[in-house]
Design a protein around this ligand. Structure first.
Ligand SMILES: *Cc1c(COP(=O)(O)O)cnc(C)c1O
Length: 409
């Protein structure tokens, strides 16, 4: 049913020939699905043979408006023929317009634009160190959570609380202390004179879609206030409507002192940002910079995507469609006893199995025409475009069911 062909087969080479090219030329650092994508539109993508898939990976929670959204492609086309890259010695309009949009729609006062999530988190970590130096007698430690994910640069590998990302790269950047997620007392116990900040994901995404209890972030907020610590949020995956609110912190009723953004910010172009409240903006001229950060092209795309999300309240659609998808997944859970759990917030969701079958399920979903992420050996992750409709969720749940049937047969 899902193997319609002839829609996008623009390449003459077959998928397996392209995959052979990878083996010859590309560093093997990521295990990929054997799917070679050629084209996308909305929630659908087509491989080089023209097979159609529903894309519930959406570029790792990046394509919040789906593929090739006209508002974004129009902005990119217009800006590409106007002005793309200048150095940050000069001002450009798209950068300032995006900065204004982000500040006026968030609880933060200032923004710095980067090129990726890890880079944004490097920036906010530098801010924390400088803040500690100035305001907390040289304190420099950042408390982060086990099972977190903050990116792949050397310092973000140190911040990420998962040993398997760290062990090959010892010695790690010092200054990151890990505690259990969703445990305020653990943060209290880890706080010392050396602590400058606490850095958390509002929901742990790569860690398997772990939702903290509703009072976790509010209580961490109280603790940070009582101790003079910065509360920094990694909103790289949760920002721009993913959890059903424009920023994840709104879902928990708190405001951070600083946050990192990326993924959904650019609607498909590489851009990140970190933001700060004025009272903890410790960085000064010369402390930070970037050649490409705040580039006019990526800023124009990010402005188009973000203003569309805000103006059309796409976050509310993510909330409604999250509930709709959850109903579908709960229906499957009631029929297949090997489904152990369905959890999520907004359109960031996971299905957990009682065995390590996520690789098999995802492989079978590829066959059925549904792209998913095996986030853990026993769990798959759902992060479709946020403007998705029931007309796309229904066939996705059907394709997943067909895959579950095949895997359990
Ligand atoms: C993806 C991700 C990052 C890293 O972002 P990159 O753009 O890949 O550097 C950091 N934190 C979280 C929560 C993420 O999901």
């Amino acid at each position: 049913m899902s193997t319609q062909r002839g829609n996008g087969g623009t390449q003459e080479m077959t998928s397996s020939q392209w995959i052979d090219m990878e083996k010859q030329y590309y560093m093997f650092t990521v295990r990929r699905q054997p799917v070679v994508l050629a084209r996308g539109e909305g929630t659908k993508v087509w491989d080089v043979e023209g097979k159609e898939y529903l894309d519930f990976c959406a570029g790792w929670a990046v394509d919040n408006l789906g593929h090739s959204h006209p508002a974004i492609t129009e902005a990119i086309t217009r800006q590409a023929s106007t002005l793309m890259q200048t150095s940050n010695q000069f001002y450009t309009l798209p950068q300032l317009q995006l900065a204004q949009l982000l500040v006026e729609n968030s609880a933060l006062d200032k923004v710095f634009l980067s090129n990726s999530g890890a880079e944004a988190l490097e920036g906010v970590s530098k801010l924390a160190r400088k803040y500690g130096k100035k305001n907390r007698d040289g304190a420099y430690e950042v408390i982060t959570a086990f099972n977190s994910f903050h990116g792949r640069t050397m310092s973000m590998v140190a911040a990420t609380g998962q040993p398997h990302y760290q062990e090959p790269f010892q010695p790690l950047t010092p200054g990151f202390v890990h505690v259990d997620y969703n445990n305020v007392e653990a943060i209290m116990e880890a706080t010392t004179d050396r602590t400058a900040a606490v850095l958390l994901e509002p929901v742990q995404g790569e860690g398997g879609v772990i939702i903290p209890s509703p009072d976790y972030l509010p209580r961490v907020r109280e603790w940070c206030d009582s101790q003079g610590l910065l509360l920094l949020l990694d909103e790289v995956q949760t920002g721009f409507g993913r959890l059903g609110t424009l920023f994840g912190y709104e879902s928990f009723g708190i405001e951070p002192d600083g946050m990192a953004l990326a993924k959904g910010l650019g609607g498909g172009v590489p851009i990140g940002a970190f933001m700060s409240k004025d009272q903890c903006m410790a960085l000064e001229p010369g402390d930070h910079g970037s050649t490409f950060g705040g580039n006019a092209l990526t800023c124009a795309a990010a402005y188009a995507s973000t203003s569309y999300i805000i103006d059309n309240d796409v976050s509310a659609n993510a909330r409604r469609m999250g509930e709709y998808l959850r109903d579908g997944l709960e229906g499957l859970k009631s029929r297949y006893s090997f489904i152990a759990d369905v959890r999520g917030l907004g359109l960031l969701m996971a299905m957990e199995f009682d065995d390590n079958i996520s690789g098999k399920v995802v492989a079978q979903c590829n066959e059925e025409g549904l792209l998913l992420n095996p986030v853990k050996p026993n769990a798959i992750r759902f992060m479709p475009p946020l403007n998705i409709t029931p007309a796309e969720i229904d066939p996705a749940v059907e394709r997943l069911e067909a895959a579950l049937k095949a895997v359990s047969a």
